[in-house]
Design a protein around this ligand. Sequence first.
Ligand code: SF4
Length: 492
Amino acid sequence: MFRAQKRRVVSRSNVNLGAEVGREQNYPQRLNLYLTPPLLEITLDQFEEWAIDRLRVLSEIETCIFSNRTFKQIEASIKPLLDEYLPLAPNSSTKSSKLLDDERRKDHYSHFILRLAFCRSEELRRRFVKAESILFRLRYTTADVSEQHALLSQHDFGWTQVLEDEKQELHDAFIFATDTAAAPSEKSVTGESYFKVPFERVPELIENRRVLLKNGDAYVPSSLQFSLVLSEFSEHLDRALETTARALPRLDEDDRLVPILNQLSRGFIAPEYNPENTSSDFGANGAIRAEQVDALVQHFPLCMRSMHQALRRDNHLKYFGRLQYGLFLKGIGLSVEESLQFWRQSFAATTGEDKFNKEYRYNIRHNYGLEGSRNNYRPQGCQQLLNSSAPGPNDIHGCPYRFFSEDHLSSALGELGIRDRGMLSQIKIDVDNKQYHVACTRVFEATHKMLPHVKMTVGTGVGMESITHPNLYFDRSLRMARESKAAEKVEG
Ligand code: SF4
């Protein structure tokens, strides 16, 4: 399936995807159920690049799911990414047939490459199926009817067409069996065609009382056919991922593929915010001094604000807190010298100079890649902090929306000025649903919406940015405050 330095590295023999390698494939239509694996070799660069492009789209879908967006909102967020990274034009487009084929090939191959990366655990499989199903739904529902028919004719789903006699016999049952709000009219039953499928294949339609159930069969009108297609798509993908997972150990022999696949599966989180690409002048190493930190706390997310408060209260912070907060401060622009200064002064009341140099200096320099393995560590993102282990007694680190008790969280929110009952209960719902970064985004909205003359870009609404990184929170907060101040000056 793909080639690097003239050597085939993935083939039927080592991933067992059930296809004959080397045979040219055509793509007469753009919608794909991904029932057959790719057959041709591609280069290592294409392998990586195509997978990363698809991953950008799936990661954004996952961010939208986290943010509880509706399908319409997801569609609006994903469209620009699809146009840029994974375009898939219809046959009616003015693009050349070669270009159409290239787009379809990239879509086909990238799907199968990511199967290799995301078949490795149940959790990854579940998330991949969910994101891919949304992508499929998006494409299917925006395709025209002839494209949909062409796709369905590719595969025998085992649905049984209900004949006219049986339809007449069940005429009244079709009307009365469904929920009154969704019940078809006499006229629509007459003009409708129905399929019979085993009831367990359409659990959503049954749960919402959208179909007639009889003798273990669900009678699905063609207007609801998409539910059937989607459930076939998800089930097939789920089974295929399990099969791939069983075949995967054979791939471990290829020492060029495995690191790429590991890297890809680690990348299946909301796109990581890179403080080096910050829009403010903060984030550049050396942009701030130790003594400015207290004045900037108003722009910190709750996790960093809580650690700063604990540091000021106890004149100390335990190891994981120092690591999390230290990297965050590095991300907003504290140089290693300023960082040493900041921690030395913060610990001064409890720790003498000798002890500080002996016990803490090394770790601070280590964060900046100046000791040990000399990695230039990046600030930790929300996903990493949410997955970290819970802080022990007298310890403070991780995400407060996840680790604070209900009382502790509501008093911390009170300190931020959030006392509105409706807002507090909405944040509680987010926390109960384990959507911690949605709660954090909501808090950003509530604490910044009163700033005059600036447009909110962070929020839970359509097309708005979600908080996925503490340094993103800081950057957007500071930017809004500055824009607001500048606009006030112009007005004044
Ligand atoms: Fe910090 Fe992220 Fe939690 Fe917000 S969601 S408090 S930025 S870890």
